[in-house]
Design a protein around this ligand. Sequence first.
Ligand code: ZN
Length: 155
Amino acid sequence: MSLQELYREVILDHYRNPRHRGHLPSPDVHAEGENPSCGDEFSLDLDVDGQTVAAIATQGQGCSISQASGSMMAEAVVGKSLDEIHELTSRFKRMMSIEEGESPVDEERPGSVLGDLEALQGVRRFPVRIKCADLPWTTLEDAIRRVEQGSEVLP
Ligand code: ZN
């Protein structure tokens, strides 16, 4: 199986069996996003315990890239601190912005840190779809920004 086929399998698996789907009973924050260029919708609920994302649940509809990215994102951020999530988000965005044929320097190789998310790097060959992959992360950033501003979390 080529790497490209493997990536495709990982994406389709997350698309067909999205992780952390549903709603939280009383989320600390809820955020919604959309990608009009493709018609993707994505929203999420977060429970934040101190500085840690204790639980996440996602909803959405759209193309396989956007929904698979949301499933991978949810799996990657649950149990992580807000600082770790900022780092993960910037790694993901860096991976998606690397030009084809350009190799990242070794320490920036996303690999083990990003796990399944690495499968999305094939999307870079289709620039219009990068927005699909970014949507769940943009939505997450919106949610976290509101947590950090303290406008959503009740004592
Ligand atoms: Zn899309």
